[in-house]
Structures are given as structure tokens and as C-alpha cells.
Ligand binder design. Structure first.
Ligand code: P6P
Length: 334
């Protein structure tokens, strides 16, 4: 049960029963993500004051060392999540290998692992464009009390127990799912509280927005080229509108509200596409499907892909179900 203007904390408590097998860890995990999101939001929002706070690698007006924002975001989430003693392992786009959280005496009996892109689209910060954090949560598959292994992180996306994103935009929002629908919470910065602003988010089955970097057009597979031309044709309900911010979280968030498709296909320049399967595509695919949308690599359901490497990339088509299926039809007839 959810009601408008409920706080995130109230929502978690009221929906605790949905977290199967969890004796509250998953709730505490979402709560710690909430805290880290507020810290990162504060830093991202003042990034424009570089001349005052100091650019990355320099000291700010207080003489403090200034970290690159994505390093800051990574450190903030790792520190907050570790301090809450809820996880047994963390993987991040910013870290080559996963982090095993051993616990005080090597006796870490926690059962959840988290993968994240701590600050996706961070190159947009210098031009004041929205950026985001993306997270994905699984139950470990190796025995509790032992150090996590790479197998705990290389699970298919369909095994996720929770996934979400934070969008640091005109307002800051947390959008997440635990497998029971998608809900969005907006931060009231005056009091530092997230309020339920977008209950039960649904991807419109059809939309008229397509999001792709058309600068790579000549390098796309023919099926993608044909779908882009289909989007641009003068016909019933077309041409669609092209909207591409260059920030995955923002593009998908907009398309989930208005209807649309986001594509990052493979190309001759990026033979597996650019986006990472484990901490970008899987969590966004879980959210998309929970909101009635669809996500594939053009052929196979993203959540059914078996990962082989921590930082592997896959082509990504995600959004309104009928639009993704139309794009897949062009890919499959190519
Ligand atoms: P391109 C940001 O770097 C990102 O990972 C996504 O957030 C975004 O959708 C994509 O890459 C943009 O990539 O190659 O179009 O600049």
C-alpha cells in the first residue's frame, strides 16, 4: 500500500513484508543508499562552484583536497554501505575488482551484494546536465561466512532482488524496485527527506521518443539504421521526436514517464556497445520490466544474459514494450 507524500522511510516500513526472506537487511540497505544519495546530491549540486570549491585534484577555498566527483560518489557509497554492515561484497564501475567485506573477524554473514555505477554520465557535470547513480542488489550464491567470489557478482539479471537509480536533475529522485513494481521518491532539499512522488511508475506501452547517439549512425548495424529511418518517416504517429541527453539515467527516466525507447547499439567503434551489463543494463532492465517495459540486446532479454566478466559491455535497447519489439523486428530481419 502506498500513498502520495509518504516518506521513503515510511514506505520501506509499510512494504517490509515484500522483502522475502529478509529480516530487515534489504530495508536497511535501501535506507543507507538514501543517506549516500543525499551526500552525493549535495556535492554534485555545488560542482558548478569549481572556482570556489576547487576543481578535481586541486585544493578548494578551505584548502581541502577536491576529489573528482565520480571518485567522491564511489567513496561515499562504499563508505556508507560498508558502515551499515549489511553487505558481503560490492562491485563498482570505478573499481577494477570487486570488494569483499570480510566483517570484523572475517565472519561476514551478510547475504546481499551490491553492484553500482556511482556517478553515471559524470562528464555532463561540467555542462550542468543531469547525472545519476545506478545500483543492483543480489543475494549471494556462495556460502555465508566465506569471502565472496566472482560467481556472486556474475549472476543473470533475473536474479536481482532490488535495483534502482538516483537522478540528480532539476530535482533529485530515487527510483527503485524490489520486484513489486517501481516507485519514485523526490527529495525535499529543505528538510532532506524523500517523498513518494511517483507511485507505481509504468512505462507507456507505446511512445514517440527515440533516444540514440545518431552521430554513430554510419557505424550502426543495418537493422538499427532501418529502425532509425522508421522513426523519422512521415507516417501515422511518426516522425518520432529525437531526445538524447547523453545521460542514461535521465534518458530512461524521461522515457519511462513519457514513453520512448533508449538505444545504445553495437557499432564498428564499440563492438559490444558501450554500456555495462552488470551495473547499468541489468538494473535499468529490471526497473523497465517491473514498469511494464522491455529491455534486450536487440535479440535476447537483458535479464537472461549470463555475465562472464565484471565490466562486460552489451548492446542495449530499453523502453516502451512495443517500441523495443519494433526495433528488435528490424534487428532480426537484418
Ligand atoms: P555517448 C555516459 O557516459 C553513458 O555511460 C550513459 O549515461 C550515456 O547514455 C552514454 O554513456 C552516452 O554515450 O557515446 O553517446 O556519449
Amino acid at each position: 500500500m502506498s500513498r502520495k507524500n509518504q516518506t521513503l522511510g515510511e514506505f520501506i516500513i509499510e512494504n517490509q513484508a515484500e522483502f522475502q526472506y529478509s529480516s530487515g537487511e534489504l530495508s536497511r540497505l535501501i535506507n543507507s543508499i538514501r543517506l549516500a544519495a543525499k551526500v552525493v546530491n549535495h556535492e554534485v549540486n555545488k560542482a558548478g562552484l569549481v572556482d570556489i570549491v576547487g576543481a578535481a585534484g586541486e585544493t578548494n577555498i578551505q584548502g581541502e583536497d577536491q576529489q573528482k566527483l565520480d571518485v567522491m560518489a564511489n567513496d561515499t557509497f562504499i563508505r556508507t554501505l560498508t558502515n551499515r554492515n549489511i553487505l558481503c561484497g560490492i562491485a563498482s564501475e570505478e573499481n577494477d575488482d570487486f570488494i569483499s567485506l570480510e566483517g570484523q573477524n572475517g565472519d561476514n554473514n551478510n547475504k546481499y551484494i551490491l553492484l553500482m555505477d556511482p556517478l553515471d554520465g559524470s562528464s555532463n557535470i561540467d555542462v550542468n546536465v543531469s547525472v545519476g547513480t545506478i545500483f543492483s542488489i543480489y543475494r549471494r550464491v556462495t556460502p555465508p561466512g566465506t569471502p565472496v567470489t566472482i560467481e556472486d557478482f556474475l549472476q543473470p539479471g533475473r536474479e536481482q532482488v532490488a535495483a534502482g537509480y538516483i537522478v540528480y536533475g532539476t530535482s533529485t529522485m530515487i527510483v527503485y524496485t524490489t520486484g513489486h513494481g517501481v516507485n519514485g521518491f523526490t527529495l525535499n532539499p529543505a528538510i532532506g527527506t524523500f517523498y513518494l512522488s511517483h507511485p507505481n511508475m509504468q512505462f507507456p506501452e507505446m511512445g514517440n521518443i527515440y533516444s540514440v547517439n545518431e552521430g554513430n549512425y554510419v557505424q550502426f548495424p543495418d537493422g538499427v539504421k532501418k529502425y532509425i529511418k522508421y522513426c523519422q518517416e512521415e507516417a501515422e504517429g511518426r516522425p518520432y521526436t529525437s531526445r538524447y541527453i547523453g545521460s542514461l539515467v535521465s534518458d530512461i527516466h524521461r522515457n519511462m514517464i513519457k514513453g520512448g525507447i533508449y538505444m545504445y547499439p553495437k557499432s564498428s567503434k564499440a563492438t559490444n556497445g558501450k554500456l555495462r551489463l552488470l551495473y547499468e543494463c541489468n538494473p535499468m532492465a529490471f526497473i523497465a520490466e517491473q514498469a511494464g517495459g522491455k529491455a534486450s540486446d536487440g535479440y535476447t532479454r537483458i535479464l537472461d544474459l549470463k555475465p562472464t566478466e565484471l565490466h562486460e559491455r552489451v548492446p542495449f535497447f530499453c523502453g516502451s514494450r512495443l517500441m523495443v519489439e519494433k526495433a528488435e523486428s528490424f534487428m532480426n530481419n537484418d
